[in-house]
Write a protein that binds this ligand. Structure first.
Ligand SMILES: [Zn+2]
Ligand SMILES: [Zn+2]
Length: 165
């Protein structure tokens, strides 16, 4: 989707936008499927000749925890920030997007922010305890029987010996 900037390209002002895209075709590690379309809203503003776009994208994703393997729903919010420029001087700055004609490519800006926001490992919660490497129990549901007793140093040793088998 193209955002028409002609109103603000050479005059102060702002242009609001609403955006929606189907992201079911995009694969990310740990993401099972999107549960909603990706929507975004925000505005492009010309402040003293500098054109900037700010907004927020939202999508609900069904994910699989990298540590415990459980499915969970992530309501993801991504802040979108772009500097819009007719001349790209700094090719390495990922925040700068071109103005083509008198518009900007919203798909590119929002999808870039979305892709960059995805972590390579998704956790159901930051302190997910994962699975017991011995019995496979989900330790978020409470300690398993093989961990509840004994000297933790001996347990560690037992684990090491186990893993050598
Ligand atoms: Zn987890
Ligand atoms: Zn266990």
């Amino acid at each position: 989707m193209r955002l028409d900037l002609h109103e603000i390209i050479s005059a102060p002002g702002s242009v609001p936008f609403e955006y929606e895209a189907d992201v079911s075709g995009m694969d990310f590690p740990g993401v099972e499927k999107p549960l909603s379309t990706l929507t975004a809203s925000g505005k492009a503003v010309n402040t003293a000749g500098l054109l900037e776009l700010d907004g927020e994208a939202r999508v609900s994703l069904s994910c699989r925890c990298d540590r415990c393997g459980e499915s969970f729903v992530m309501d993801k919010r991504v802040s979108v920030h772009a500097v819009l420029s007719e001349e790209i001087q700094d090719e390495d700055n990922p925040d700068i997007f071109p103005i083509e004609g008198d518009g900007a490519d919203l798909d590119e800006i929002i999808m870039t922010a979305y892709v960059l926001s995805m972590e390579s490992k998704l956790l159901c919660k930051p302190d997910c305890l994962g699975l017991c490497d011995k019995c496979g129990a989900n330790l978020n549901n409470g300690p398993c029987s093989c961990r509840s007793e004994g000297d933790p140093r001996l347990a560690k040793l037992a684990q090491l010996l186990d893993s050598k088998e």
